[in-house]
Write a protein that binds this ligand. Sequence first.
Ligand code: NAD
Length: 384
Amino acid sequence: WIVPKNPTIVYVEGDGIGPEITRAAMRVIDKAVERSYKSSKIEWVEALAGEKAERAKGDRFPKESQELIQKYRVVLKGPLETPIGKGWRSINVAIRLMLDAYANIRPVKYMEGLESPLKNPEKVDLIIFRENTDDLYRGIEYSVDSKEAASLREFLRRQLGVDVEDDTGIGVKLMSKYKTQRIARMAIKYAIDNNRRKVTVMHKGNVMKYTEGAFREWSYEVALKEFREYVVTEEEQAQGKPGRIVFNDRIADNMFQQIIIRPEEYDVILAPNVNGDYISDAAGALIGNIGLLGGANVGDTGGMFEAVHGTAPKYAGKNVANPTGIIRGGEMMLRFMGWREAADLIDAAIRKAMKEKKVTQDIARFMGVKPLSTEEFADFLIQS
Ligand code: NAD
């Protein structure tokens, strides 16, 4: 991305604990930028969305907000409420589509001081690149009693000779070469730029040969055609061929037990949408608390950066929520902008806070220490 000296960044406060944690994150980001680049400053502009927009404009995602996001294309976003099975459509998904943010990226790295279910949690240092726009989550699915399911069943019976029982719901799994290869390219490029050592494709291609198997093939094609000077396969490495990055693949279900038993074997994980969704949360649990994780939704011309968690309504307005997730989201935003020094300052400050047990109540209770409020925690990072 080409980033001006004083970039305009859109922020969305979000619902529930969103306003408190987003404001804390903006303060921490501003300070890190000020310390790293004396003459640069982020110009923040607010896009109303969610409950706040409903109150002010009678619309949860007003047109003006959509226009701001489309214009400036970099967004720091607090969590937004989405009801299950009814009500309004997810604004998170709408923003992702608007920015064509095809990669969902989640780093999972252990921090000293945290409780983890693992014996050797310090070995956990993963970054997951999950394809965000294809696969079963495209939403092409039809209920048992729909006309569409009936005609698809008929099509399968007549045209393809596949015997489908009545009363079967149907979902369609799509995996395209274009979408697979653009995320493979992003993951490998990230690995090269950030001195990572391995990229592993996570797939179930032994069973789903023409979707997940193809995801595997197309990813290898990108690795070996476009990045040949950096990449070696596992076999080549075993034969002693040097290369900066090992490119390999593993069967998806196997990976769930392997990231627990041998987390050090994994580094960058490249996954289709559904696998990536599941492994992200499982990996998050390895470091003890998914509330600490940030996530990015990134495309070629912009991105949305956020915490992985939701609106935690029971803590809203109490100044007790942990803002680390969205601050990590902000750190990723700075890295994508190429502002690495500022991002590193934030990373170091968060690690210091965990190590010195300067934490909010969600973690303090496990550490047996007095908790800091949301604002005090942000102040600690700013002073670090
Ligand atoms: P949640 O993440 O809000 O809460 C899960 C648990 O973690 C709760 O006990 C909560 O109190 C706690 N928690 C979460 N974040 C915390 C923080 N920063 N500090 C301290 N404790 C924290 O998940 P949920 O309850 O399943 O979802 C609530 C709402 O959030 C739903 O409407 C959902 O749609 C939305 N949501 C939004 C996003 C997003 O905007 N990206 C992501 C997930 C959920």
